[in-house]
Ligand binder design. Structure first.
Ligand code: NDP
Length: 342
């Protein structure tokens, strides 16, 4: 058939993101198709398989997962499990000979990130971390503006990514499964954007966390995190994340010549780029028209093209490892009350 060129994806973990965003985005992608599912809930998985035209023989659970090695319909495994499970499922997937696309945060420790990179290198398979913002059209337009010098020399960045977490029993509030609270889950978007917008790596971070003792949601993880990251050029990124404030997502980057903002930054839909512009001596906010595209479809298509053309993904394992190293330094700074060098 005409769409035979599409790369087959196995989706691992049928939770909110997989069902609400990733599987629907498959229909908008050009080069991907779902060909297998891995789930602890067979009834749910069979229902979803029927809906997406996936064979019953291509529905696995977490113990039969390794049998993906014998499924020729699958080239890429997309891991959408709780954070601390990413490492083992990446290593097992690589050993099964499949390319890996893994959700953010890559893992919960730098050691696990290194283990994932090594396993994929050894198996000669690709490893990509699903940093969807790096495939989103407004973010890409902003990167292009910055590289073209439209903002002048970069000075400052402020960003926030907040949401109010409900259910205190969910894995996001368990340190062993999540690795931390809001910082690795939503703060990582602010951190990653500071790095990809500036095209620099921070040399020092200073951070605090807030963990209210009277709220059962935060018995194990932080409720909010405040970070100042310094970069070699003199650029400074300040960002907050929260698990107990109303949903709020924003970034602004300031250069010597102009500033630009994304509102709502990090959102699934409706992101708008605006920037300051001098027209006849008057400073106005300009909003270019940028066609909205499904970030998940763009991200998955990038992975499929890397597989088809044998290219290294734009957001490889090393990108996730770097964010994990910085996240570790952020927690160390919060614990010691001192700036931490990277
Ligand atoms: P959910 O809790 O909604 O889903 C996780 C799924 O993992 C579950 O439904 C379950 O699937 C499976 N699972 C296996 N073991 C466990 C376990 N011990 N506890 C809980 N679930 C388990 O999480 P999300 O879908 O929100 O998040 C999954 C991953 O995606 C995370 O790494 C998260 O950071 C990332 N994410 C990324 C986003 C993005 O925008 N890129 C947005 C949201 C999340 P089953 O029932 O099929 O076994």
């Amino acid at each position: 058939e005409s769409r035979d060129h599409r790369t087959g994806f196995a989706i691992v973990g049928l939770g909110r993101l997989a069902l609400g965003e990733i599987l629907p985005a498959m229909g908008k992608s050009k080069y991907c198709k779902p060909t297998a599912l891995v789930s602890g809930d067979r009834q749910k998985a069979l229902k979803i398989a029927a809906q997406y035209g996936i064979k019953e023989s291509s529905v696995y659970d977490y113990t039969t997962y390794d049998q993906l090695a014998r499924n020729p319909d699958v080239q890429v495994i997309y891991i959408v499990l709780p954070n601390s499970m990413h490492a083992d499922f990446t290593v097992r997937g690589a050993r099964a000979g499949k390319h890996i696309l893994c959700e953010k945060p890559m893992a919960t420790t730098a050691k696990d990130c290194e283990r994932m990179i090594a396993a994929c290198e050894q198996a000669k398979v690709k490893l990509m971390i699903a940093y969807r913002s790096q495939y989103e059209p407004n973010d890409l337009a902003l990167i292009k503006m910055i590289r073209a010098g439209k903002l002048g020399k970069l000075r400052q960045y402020i960003a926030t990514n907040s949401q109010n977490q409900g259910d205190p029993t969910q894995w996001r509030q368990k340190k062993a499964l999540a690795g931390g609270g809001c910082m690795p889950d939503v703060g990582v978007y602010c951190l990653n954007a500071a790095r990809f917008l500036s095209d620099e790596e921070p040399y020092e971070v200073q951070a605090t966390i807030v963990q209210p003792k009277d709220d059962p949601r935060f018995a194990e993880v932080e409720a909010s995190c405040q970070v100042i990251a310094k970069f070699p050029s003199g650029f400074v990124a300040t960002f907050n994340s929260s698990y107990n404030a109303h949903k709020s997502q924003f970034l602004r980057i300031e250069g010597v010549e102009a500033f630009a903002e994304l509102n709502s930054a990090f959102a699934y839909h409706g992101i708008k780029l605006r920037y300051s512009k001098l027209i006849d001596g008057q400073e106005i906010m300009h909003e270019p028209s940028i066609e909205e595209k499904d970030q998940f479809a763009e991200e998955m298509d990038h992975m499929a093209l890397c597989v088809q053309k044998n290219l290294k993904p734009h957001t490889p394992g090393e990108e996730g490892l770097q964010d994990q190293r910085i996240t570790d330094a952020i927690y160390e700074s919060a614990r010691t009350g001192k700036a931490v060098k990277l």
